[in-house]
Design a protein around this ligand. Structure first.
Ligand SMILES: C[S@@+](CC[C@H](N)C(=O)[O-])C[C@H]1O[C@@H](n2cnc3c(N)ncnc32)[C@H](O)[C@@H]1O
Length: 296
Protein backbone atom coordinates (compact mmCIF):
# COMPACT_ATOMS: atom_id res chain seq x y z
CA UNK A 1 0.00 0.00 0.00
CA UNK A 2 1.24 3.53 -0.63
CA UNK A 3 1.05 6.17 2.09
CA UNK A 4 -1.55 8.24 0.21
CA UNK A 5 -3.99 5.29 0.30
CA UNK A 6 -3.19 4.54 3.90
CA UNK A 7 -3.96 8.14 4.82
CA UNK A 8 -7.45 7.89 3.25
CA UNK A 9 -8.08 4.61 5.08
CA UNK A 10 -6.83 6.08 8.40
CA UNK A 11 -9.05 9.15 8.14
CA UNK A 12 -12.13 7.14 7.10
CA UNK A 13 -11.73 4.80 10.07
CA UNK A 14 -11.32 7.48 12.74
CA UNK A 15 -12.94 10.71 11.67
CA UNK A 16 -16.35 9.97 13.19
CA UNK A 17 -14.90 9.32 16.62
CA UNK A 18 -12.16 11.92 16.79
CA UNK A 19 -12.89 14.71 14.29
CA UNK A 20 -10.63 15.89 11.49
CA UNK A 21 -8.12 18.01 13.45
CA UNK A 22 -7.34 15.28 15.94
CA UNK A 23 -7.11 12.57 13.26
CA UNK A 24 -4.71 14.75 11.29
CA UNK A 25 -2.57 15.26 14.36
CA UNK A 26 -2.56 11.46 15.05
CA UNK A 27 -1.60 10.81 11.43
CA UNK A 28 1.48 13.04 11.57
CA UNK A 29 2.54 11.66 14.97
CA UNK A 30 2.31 8.13 13.55
CA UNK A 31 4.06 8.72 10.24
CA UNK A 32 6.99 10.08 12.21
CA UNK A 33 6.83 7.38 14.90
CA UNK A 34 6.45 4.42 12.50
CA UNK A 35 8.40 5.59 9.46
CA UNK A 36 10.50 8.55 10.60
CA UNK A 37 8.66 10.73 8.05
CA UNK A 38 8.01 14.39 8.84
CA UNK A 39 5.32 16.46 7.08
CA UNK A 40 7.78 17.72 4.51
CA UNK A 41 8.91 14.15 3.72
CA UNK A 42 5.27 13.14 3.21
CA UNK A 43 4.69 16.02 0.82
CA UNK A 44 7.80 15.04 -1.13
CA UNK A 45 7.03 11.27 -1.16
CA UNK A 46 3.25 10.83 -1.62
CA UNK A 47 3.88 7.35 -3.06
CA UNK A 48 6.04 6.11 -0.16
CA UNK A 49 5.51 2.35 0.02
CA UNK A 50 4.21 0.76 3.26
CA UNK A 51 4.97 -2.94 3.72
CA UNK A 52 2.28 -5.44 4.76
CA UNK A 53 3.82 -5.77 8.19
CA UNK A 54 3.73 -1.98 8.63
CA UNK A 55 0.10 -1.87 7.51
CA UNK A 56 -0.67 -4.37 10.28
CA UNK A 57 0.95 -2.02 12.81
CA UNK A 58 -1.26 0.83 11.55
CA UNK A 59 -4.32 -1.40 11.85
CA UNK A 60 -3.49 -2.35 15.44
CA UNK A 61 -3.04 1.30 16.36
CA UNK A 62 -6.31 2.26 14.62
CA UNK A 63 -8.14 -0.34 16.74
CA UNK A 64 -6.69 1.15 19.91
CA UNK A 65 -7.48 4.71 18.82
CA UNK A 66 -11.08 3.64 18.32
CA UNK A 67 -11.28 2.89 22.05
CA UNK A 68 -10.20 6.52 22.67
CA UNK A 69 -6.99 5.44 24.35
CA UNK A 70 -4.61 8.42 24.17
CA UNK A 71 -2.11 8.10 21.34
CA UNK A 72 0.73 8.85 23.77
CA UNK A 73 -0.08 5.69 25.74
CA UNK A 74 -0.40 3.66 22.55
CA UNK A 75 3.05 4.58 21.27
CA UNK A 76 4.51 5.02 24.79
CA UNK A 77 6.00 8.45 24.23
CA UNK A 78 5.33 12.14 23.92
CA UNK A 79 7.20 15.41 23.45
CA UNK A 80 7.53 18.03 26.17
CA UNK A 81 9.58 21.23 26.02
CA UNK A 82 11.51 19.90 22.99
CA UNK A 83 12.45 16.59 24.60
CA UNK A 84 11.05 13.11 24.24
CA UNK A 85 9.45 11.50 27.31
CA UNK A 86 8.43 7.92 27.84
CA UNK A 87 4.87 7.64 29.28
CA UNK A 88 2.66 4.81 30.50
CA UNK A 89 -0.64 4.31 32.32
CA UNK A 90 0.99 5.22 35.65
CA UNK A 91 1.93 8.72 34.53
CA UNK A 92 -0.06 11.74 33.50
CA UNK A 93 0.59 12.75 29.90
CA UNK A 94 2.54 16.02 30.15
CA UNK A 95 0.46 18.99 28.99
CA UNK A 96 1.32 22.14 26.99
CA UNK A 97 0.21 24.29 29.97
CA UNK A 98 2.96 22.67 32.02
CA UNK A 99 5.48 23.54 29.31
CA UNK A 100 4.47 27.15 29.86
CA UNK A 101 5.14 26.77 33.59
CA UNK A 102 8.60 25.31 32.89
CA UNK A 103 9.27 28.13 30.45
CA UNK A 104 8.38 30.68 33.13
CA UNK A 105 10.85 29.10 35.57
CA UNK A 106 13.62 28.81 32.96
CA UNK A 107 13.16 32.49 32.02
CA UNK A 108 14.04 33.49 35.61
CA UNK A 109 17.54 32.02 35.27
CA UNK A 110 19.04 33.42 32.07
CA UNK A 111 22.26 31.82 30.83
CA UNK A 112 25.38 33.72 31.94
CA UNK A 113 29.06 32.83 31.99
CA UNK A 114 29.16 32.22 35.74
CA UNK A 115 25.67 31.08 36.59
CA UNK A 116 24.68 30.87 40.24
CA UNK A 117 24.24 27.27 41.40
CA UNK A 118 20.64 26.75 42.49
CA UNK A 119 18.58 23.97 44.04
CA UNK A 120 15.18 23.03 42.64
CA UNK A 121 12.47 20.73 43.97
CA UNK A 122 9.50 19.40 41.96
CA UNK A 123 6.63 17.83 43.93
CA UNK A 124 4.46 15.18 42.22
CA UNK A 125 6.81 14.60 39.33
CA UNK A 126 4.98 11.97 37.22
CA UNK A 127 7.11 11.43 34.08
CA UNK A 128 9.73 13.78 35.49
CA UNK A 129 8.95 16.24 32.70
CA UNK A 130 9.36 19.32 34.94
CA UNK A 131 12.66 18.56 36.73
CA UNK A 132 14.27 16.99 33.64
CA UNK A 133 13.38 19.98 31.45
CA UNK A 134 14.63 22.37 34.14
CA UNK A 135 17.91 20.50 34.47
CA UNK A 136 18.40 20.48 30.69
CA UNK A 137 17.84 24.22 30.49
CA UNK A 138 19.45 25.32 33.79
CA UNK A 139 22.41 22.91 33.91
CA UNK A 140 23.91 24.43 37.05
CA UNK A 141 20.76 23.49 39.00
CA UNK A 142 20.80 20.62 41.48
CA UNK A 143 17.39 19.12 40.94
CA UNK A 144 15.22 16.99 43.23
CA UNK A 145 11.81 15.46 42.62
CA UNK A 146 9.23 13.77 44.85
CA UNK A 147 6.57 11.31 43.73
CA UNK A 148 4.21 8.98 45.60
CA UNK A 149 3.85 6.37 42.86
CA UNK A 150 6.65 3.85 42.60
CA UNK A 151 5.61 3.00 39.04
CA UNK A 152 5.61 6.64 37.96
CA UNK A 153 9.02 7.08 39.52
CA UNK A 154 10.40 4.24 37.38
CA UNK A 155 9.21 6.14 34.31
CA UNK A 156 10.74 9.40 35.57
CA UNK A 157 14.10 7.70 36.22
CA UNK A 158 14.11 6.19 32.74
CA UNK A 159 13.33 9.61 31.27
CA UNK A 160 16.24 11.19 33.14
CA UNK A 161 18.60 8.53 31.77
CA UNK A 162 17.29 8.90 28.21
CA UNK A 163 17.55 12.68 28.43
CA UNK A 164 21.04 12.36 29.91
CA UNK A 165 20.51 14.48 33.03
CA UNK A 166 20.86 13.84 36.73
CA UNK A 167 17.82 14.36 38.94
CA UNK A 168 17.52 13.07 42.52
CA UNK A 169 14.20 11.21 42.62
CA UNK A 170 12.57 10.48 45.97
CA UNK A 171 9.63 8.19 46.64
CA UNK A 172 7.50 10.03 49.17
CA UNK A 173 3.95 10.99 50.07
CA UNK A 174 4.14 14.77 50.32
CA UNK A 175 1.07 14.86 52.56
CA UNK A 176 3.01 12.92 55.21
CA UNK A 177 6.12 15.11 55.15
CA UNK A 178 6.59 17.29 58.25
CA UNK A 179 9.78 19.06 57.24
CA UNK A 180 10.96 18.99 53.62
CA UNK A 181 14.62 19.74 54.27
CA UNK A 182 14.97 17.10 56.98
CA UNK A 183 13.06 14.52 55.08
CA UNK A 184 14.94 15.06 51.82
CA UNK A 185 18.32 15.20 53.51
CA UNK A 186 17.60 11.78 54.92
CA UNK A 187 16.85 10.51 51.41
CA UNK A 188 19.54 12.28 49.45
CA UNK A 189 22.99 13.21 50.71
CA UNK A 190 23.40 15.77 47.90
CA UNK A 191 21.09 18.28 49.56
CA UNK A 192 23.69 20.38 51.37
CA UNK A 193 21.95 23.56 52.44
CA UNK A 194 18.61 21.84 52.93
CA UNK A 195 16.85 24.77 51.24
CA UNK A 196 15.57 25.37 47.73
CA UNK A 197 15.78 28.32 45.36
CA UNK A 198 12.78 26.99 43.46
CA UNK A 199 9.95 24.77 44.62
CA UNK A 200 7.54 23.84 41.85
CA UNK A 201 4.47 21.63 41.74
CA UNK A 202 1.70 20.61 39.40
CA UNK A 203 -0.25 18.62 41.99
CA UNK A 204 -3.60 16.86 41.57
CA UNK A 205 -6.22 19.62 41.36
CA UNK A 206 -9.32 18.45 39.48
CA UNK A 207 -12.43 18.26 41.68
CA UNK A 208 -14.77 15.30 41.36
CA UNK A 209 -17.50 17.79 40.44
CA UNK A 210 -15.51 18.66 37.30
CA UNK A 211 -15.55 15.04 36.10
CA UNK A 212 -18.48 15.63 33.77
CA UNK A 213 -16.47 18.08 31.67
CA UNK A 214 -13.54 15.69 31.34
CA UNK A 215 -13.17 13.72 28.11
CA UNK A 216 -13.35 9.93 28.04
CA UNK A 217 -9.71 9.58 26.94
CA UNK A 218 -8.58 11.34 30.14
CA UNK A 219 -11.14 9.88 32.54
CA UNK A 220 -10.71 6.27 31.49
CA UNK A 221 -6.99 6.14 30.82
CA UNK A 222 -5.04 8.68 32.87
CA UNK A 223 -4.19 7.87 36.52
CA UNK A 224 -6.80 9.28 38.90
CA UNK A 225 -4.09 9.58 41.56
CA UNK A 226 -2.52 12.27 39.36
CA UNK A 227 -5.72 14.16 38.69
CA UNK A 228 -8.39 14.22 41.35
CA UNK A 229 -8.97 15.80 44.74
CA UNK A 230 -12.02 15.86 46.98
CA UNK A 231 -14.58 18.58 46.23
CA UNK A 232 -14.51 19.78 49.82
CA UNK A 233 -10.74 20.17 49.99
CA UNK A 234 -9.56 21.03 46.49
CA UNK A 235 -6.50 22.98 47.66
CA UNK A 236 -5.21 20.22 49.96
CA UNK A 237 -1.91 19.83 48.11
CA UNK A 238 -1.39 23.58 47.74
CA UNK A 239 -1.91 24.19 51.47
CA UNK A 240 0.53 21.44 52.41
CA UNK A 241 3.19 22.50 49.88
CA UNK A 242 2.91 26.19 50.84
CA UNK A 243 3.35 25.30 54.52
CA UNK A 244 6.40 23.17 53.74
CA UNK A 245 7.84 25.81 51.38
CA UNK A 246 7.78 28.44 54.15
CA UNK A 247 10.48 26.48 55.98
CA UNK A 248 12.38 25.26 52.95
CA UNK A 249 12.78 28.14 50.51
CA UNK A 250 16.00 30.17 50.51
CA UNK A 251 15.69 33.90 51.23
CA UNK A 252 15.26 34.73 47.54
CA UNK A 253 13.48 31.43 46.82
CA UNK A 254 10.46 31.24 44.55
CA UNK A 255 7.41 29.00 44.62
CA UNK A 256 5.71 28.04 41.34
CA UNK A 257 2.41 26.20 40.92
CA UNK A 258 0.25 24.99 38.09
CA UNK A 259 -3.32 25.56 39.28
CA UNK A 260 -6.94 24.68 38.64
CA UNK A 261 -8.25 27.36 36.27
CA UNK A 262 -11.41 27.79 38.37
CA UNK A 263 -9.52 28.30 41.64
CA UNK A 264 -7.11 31.12 40.80
CA UNK A 265 -8.50 33.58 43.36
CA UNK A 266 -8.78 30.96 46.11
CA UNK A 267 -5.19 29.84 45.53
CA UNK A 268 -3.92 33.43 45.64
CA UNK A 269 -5.86 33.97 48.89
CA UNK A 270 -4.30 30.87 50.42
CA UNK A 271 -0.81 32.09 49.53
CA UNK A 272 -1.53 35.52 51.03
CA UNK A 273 -2.87 34.01 54.24
CA UNK A 274 0.26 31.91 54.60
CA UNK A 275 2.56 34.91 54.21
CA UNK A 276 3.65 34.79 50.56
CA UNK A 277 4.27 38.01 48.61
CA UNK A 278 4.59 39.31 45.05
CA UNK A 279 2.01 36.78 43.95
CA UNK A 280 1.68 36.63 40.16
CA UNK A 281 -1.27 34.78 38.66
CA UNK A 282 -0.66 33.96 34.99
CA UNK A 283 -2.95 32.72 32.23
CA UNK A 284 -2.08 29.90 29.81
CA UNK A 285 -2.26 30.23 26.01
CA UNK A 286 -5.96 29.40 26.17
CA UNK A 287 -6.61 32.41 28.43
CA UNK A 288 -7.25 30.39 31.62
CA UNK A 289 -5.74 31.19 35.03
CA UNK A 290 -3.16 28.43 35.09
CA UNK A 291 -0.01 29.22 37.05
CA UNK A 292 1.28 31.16 40.01
CA UNK A 293 4.66 32.47 41.11
CA UNK A 294 5.43 34.02 44.48
CA UNK A 295 8.08 34.41 47.18
CA UNK A 296 8.33 34.98 50.92
C1 LIG B 1 -1.00 16.44 37.97
S1 LIG B 1 0.18 15.15 38.07
C2 LIG B 1 1.62 16.02 37.52
C3 LIG B 1 2.67 15.14 36.91
C4 LIG B 1 3.83 15.90 36.27
N1 LIG B 1 4.48 16.77 37.24
C5 LIG B 1 3.32 16.73 35.09
O1 LIG B 1 3.26 17.96 35.25
O2 LIG B 1 3.00 16.16 34.05
C6 LIG B 1 0.39 14.99 39.83
C7 LIG B 1 1.45 13.98 40.28
O3 LIG B 1 1.47 13.97 41.72
C8 LIG B 1 1.60 12.64 42.18
N2 LIG B 1 1.02 12.58 43.54
C9 LIG B 1 -0.29 12.41 43.90
N3 LIG B 1 -0.42 12.41 45.22
C10 LIG B 1 0.85 12.59 45.73
C11 LIG B 1 1.37 12.64 47.05
N4 LIG B 1 0.55 12.54 48.12
N5 LIG B 1 2.69 12.81 47.23
C12 LIG B 1 3.53 12.91 46.16
N6 LIG B 1 3.09 12.85 44.87
C13 LIG B 1 1.77 12.69 44.67
C14 LIG B 1 0.82 11.82 41.17
O4 LIG B 1 1.18 10.46 41.20
C15 LIG B 1 1.17 12.55 39.86
O5 LIG B 1 2.33 11.99 39.29
Amino acid sequence: MIIKELKTYFFNELIEIHGIDEVESFYFILTEYLHGLKRIDLALNPNFEISEEEVRKWEAIISELKTEKPIQYIIGETWFYDSKFYVNEHTLIPRPETEELVDWIVSKFPKTQNPKAITVLDIGTGTGCIPISIKKNIPQAEVFAIEISEEALKVAKRNAVENKVEVHFILQNILEVENLSLSLRAESRSLNSGKFDVIVSNPPYVRNLEKQEIKKNVLEYEPHLALFVEDNDALLFYRKIVQLAKESLTESGQLFFEINQYLGEETVELLEQLGFKNIELKKDIYGNDRMIRCNL
